[in-house]
Ligand binder design. Sequence first.
Ligand code: SF4
Ligand code: SF4
Length: 344
Amino acid sequence: MEEDLIFKKATLALGGDIKLPEGFEIPVRVSHSTSGPGAGKDSVAFSFHGMRVKKSVSYEKGEFELREREDGKLYLTHRGEPFLDEIEFDPVVYHCPEQAFFTLDPRCSFGCAFCASPRLPEKDYKGLTDEDIARMSLEAYERMHVVAVSLTSGVMNDDVDLTAERFVSCIKAVRKVLPDIKIGIEPYADSEAQIKAFKEAGADEIKLNIQAATPEIFARVCPDLDRKAILECLGHAVRYFGRGHVTSNIIFGLGETREELEKCMSQLCEMGVIPTVRSLRRNAYNAETLRKAIGEPVPVTAEEMVEVARMHKEVLSRYGMDTRTFGTMCLECGCCDLVPFRDL
Ligand code: SF4
Ligand code: SF4
């Protein structure tokens, strides 16, 4: 991928809203997410030159502006200057393009400093049952291009086992109606029995998030989670799901050094886990909790995002790993990060 385009994707992914032309009718369904960097906002996905981003859109103002040519083709400006000569809407299935990605329950008993999900307004809780999710996945599969069903969740009632049971029942419900679809899950887990149960229920891929590059930063930003248990579960996950079918989020921009970030990526790769590397985004839901946990975070720049993605690719290559072995959730979607071997 061209150097300039990689930098533009980083600028777009980290930047503000996209302003739409007055009276413009969005030709795709608008997504109101309860997870990921855009949680709590209305957003749409776009594709350009083989890349993809999901952005909040507004008719009032935006750092970027969508413009329409006479032939109906779309392009983008950035602060009034030409930015992308062509861009298209990329239809969201549920939450992201080509995937039916559901949040079982965004409410969470834990309080990770960067996470918007538990701080979203009550009205954002959709209360989907397993049957709803299975039916919606099947309907989406029948009318759109869907490559995977993905499931995430907060931890309900402070009960990790209960949450695991909900994942299991939902995986089974989806598997029943879509026997061949790839299913990816992102639970918080703390025992081997849970990991085994996810696999036996029919999940293909799993994401267990280490979240921060060092134990010290983790203790500050995820005070209620157990880093040792996450690492142990990642080990179990590689045994049950296989190398290349397990991933783990590392958020950078939390005050770690580049060396610490590289060490964490290497530690995961050594275990057979593909790191999903995400830059910290500050928003209305996490600004206060982040300030309390780590002080005022220095915003990640597009240059840093590109440098970290290059390092990510180099570390993966060193361990013979590739993001393309993983076909669900963020590595497959690619809307919010620069994904090695897909974007660069
Ligand atoms: S465990 Fe932490 S990251 Fe996960 S939903 Fe709860 S608060 Fe968010
Ligand atoms: S990259 Fe992940 S968080 Fe972002 S839109 Fe895609 S699935 Fe959601």
